[in-house]
Structure formats: C-alpha cells, structure tokens
Design a binder for this molecule. Structure first.
Ligand code: PBG
Length: 325
C-alpha cells in the first residue's frame, strides 16, 4: 500500500467543491420527521420551558403550524397528545373524539400531503403515567395489547398514515398489525420503537407531554441502556411481528446500536434525536458556548453515518431552513 508522500489525504479537502465530491453522508430534509405536541384545553400555543422553541399546540392553531412545516419541505410529523382527562386505562387514547384523533383529521384536511405518524402509547393518557395497564403493582403486558390495538386503529381510522408504537410491551406489533388488517387497513405501515431504552434523555419530553410516571419508573418495559444484543433481539422480533420500519431511541448515546441494527437488517431504520439531546444543545447555544447550527448538523450527520435513514428531530424546521440556504 502506498503512503505519504504519494498519498496525501489533504488533496481532496482543499475546497468546498472537492469536499462535496467526496462526501459520504448527506442530510436531506426528505428523511426528517418533526414531532408535534397537541394539547386539549388550551387556547394559545404554550411554550415548553425545557425545550426552547417547542410548543404545545391547541387544535385551533395546528393548521397554521402544519402549513409552515409543509412549506419547509418536511415530509412528516409525529403526533403526541395531551388530553384533558386521564384515567387508569387511558380511555382518551382510543376515543374517536380524543385530542389526537381530532388533530389527525385537522392535519389531513389542512395539509393532506404531509404524512401523519402517531405515537401509540398510553403514558400521556393514564392517570398513573405508565405505558400500559397497571394491576398488582405492575404494568400488565397482555391486557395492554388490546388497548394499544384500539388506539392504533382509532388513529388509522381518523386518517393517520403511519402508526408508531412506543410502549415496549411484548407482542404489540403483531397485535396492532392484526387489528389493522382485520379492519381493512393493510396499507398502514407500522414504525416500531423497537430498541427503546429507559433513558434520562426523555426528561424534557415528560414535561412537554405531562407523562411522568406517578410511581416507579419504566425499567420493567424499556430497555437497559447497557444492552446491545438485546436490542438486536427486539428488532428481530418486531420484524417477525410485521414492523415496516424499526427505530432506535435515543440516538446519540446509542449510535453503536444503530450501526449494529443497520448491519443486521435491511428495513428502514429511524433514529429518535430525543428531547434531552435537543435541550442540551439549546441550553449550551443559549449560553453562547457552542455554535448551534454547526453542532446540530454535525450531530444529525453522525446519526445518519451510524446507519439511520429517518431522523425524528425537534430541529427539523431549523435544519430544513439551513439546508435550503
Ligand atoms: C412514550 C414516549 C416517550 C418519548 C416518545 N414517546 C417518553 C417516554 O417513554 O418516557 C420520548 C421522546 C423524547 O424524549 O423526545 N409515549
């Protein structure tokens, strides 16, 4: 193998055009998903303090925000609902007039071309804040599956384009697939949060979505951050159950997981650049300690380079603008 001075790595780094020719990874707005929080019982958009720039939206203002997102070229939104009423079984999660079902119908009439992805999980809708039915002091897996299926079905019936279960119950992808198919919704893809870790990086989201568990934590269903082989099993099971897209979440502390999943499977992979990852960058940028644009583009490029296709990120509108400029 030849080496210096015949090989000079700096030859292809001399200017922007050369660097562009040899660039291996590119961010593109067509693979970004922007999360939206829709709250019942508010009349004005309400700032989320731990996520500067993010809002909880009332239905009345959703159309305008959706138009802004569509104009930026962002292809898809991921919806989270904050209902007025919570109960033990998260009834509002699968109510035809629930906040998310209303939001889906609103988005599909205002911006029909924007893909609507819905988060399928009970934690925002249960009084105890857990992602499933609680009995005997624990989250019950099999009882929860029926509720998740109803929730996914009600989203699809309201017009959702993709459903995304994030609860981490075993068997939920198959349960949801069966229900959708039974109701003639064979065409609705499932984006499974397959490797979802029990992470401190969800902190700001729980403020945004008012979904802090009232007792205990989520470690009996979300994954241990130390495990990558287990993540591969989760992914394989979700594929066997019928997932169309698999997800790794969070992204930054789990780039190796994304890479391992990429090497193992040929499905599209989504990575969720979560609320804590967003908040850290925002906080440091507000202090003037880092260059926000540069860091965000670097971080998202790293997630792509690790092997993700789709990136779910609160930075999507900013990135869309930067990529255009
Ligand atoms: C569960 C859900 C969570 C997130 C997405 N879906 C929170 C959790 O599991 O506690 C976190 C997203 C983020 O932190 O940005 N419904």
């Amino acid at each position: 193998m030849s080496s210096f001075p015949i090989v000079r790595m700096r030859r292809t780094r001399q200017n922007d055009k050369l660097r562009g020719l040899v660039r291996e990874t590119r961010l593109s707005v067509d693979q970004l998903v922007y999360p939206l929080f829709i709250a019942e019982g508010i009349v004005e958009p309400c700032k989320i303090s731990a996520m500067p720039g993010m809002m909880q939206w009332p239905i009345e203002h959703l159309g305008r925000e959706a138009e802004r997102i569509a104009r930026l070229g962002i292809p898809a939104v991921l919806l989270f609902g904050i209902p007025n009423e919570k109960d033990e079984v998260g009834s509002q999660a699968y109510h035809a007039q629930g906040i998310i079902q209303q939001a889906i119908r609103c988005l599909k009439s205002e911006t029909p071309d924007t893909l609507v992805i819905t988060d399928v999980c009970l934690c925002e809708y249960t009084s105890h804040g857990h992602c499933g039915v609680v009995a005997n002091g624990g989250v019950q897996n099999d009882e929860t599956l029926a509720l998740l299926s109803r929730m996914a079905l009600s989203h699809a019936e309201a017009g959702a384009d993709i459903v995304a279960p994030s609860d981490m119950m075993d068997g939920r992808v198959r349960a949801i697939r069966r229900t959708l198919d039974e109701y003639g919704l064979q065409q609705i893809p499932i984006m499974a949060y397959s490797a979802k870790f029990a992470s401190g990086f969800y902190g700001p989201f729980r403020e945004a979505a008012a979904s802090v568990p009232q007792f205990g934590d989520r470690r009996s269903y979300q994954m241990d951050p130390a495990n990558v082989r287990e993540a591969l099993r989760e992914v394989e099971l979700d594929i066997a159950e019928g997932a169309d897209i698999v997800m790794v979440k969070p992204a930054l502390a789990y780039l190796d997981v994304i890479r391992r999943v990429r090497e193992r499977c040929d499905l599209p992979i989504a990575a969720y650049n979560v609320s804590g990852e967003y908040a850290m960058i925002k906080a440091a940028a507000q202090q003037g300690w880092i260059d926000e644009q540069r860091i965000v583009l670097e971080v998202l490029t790293g997630i792509k380079r690790a092997g993700a296709d789709i990136i779910i990120t609160y930075f999507a509108p900013d990135v869309a603008q930067w990529l255009k400029a």
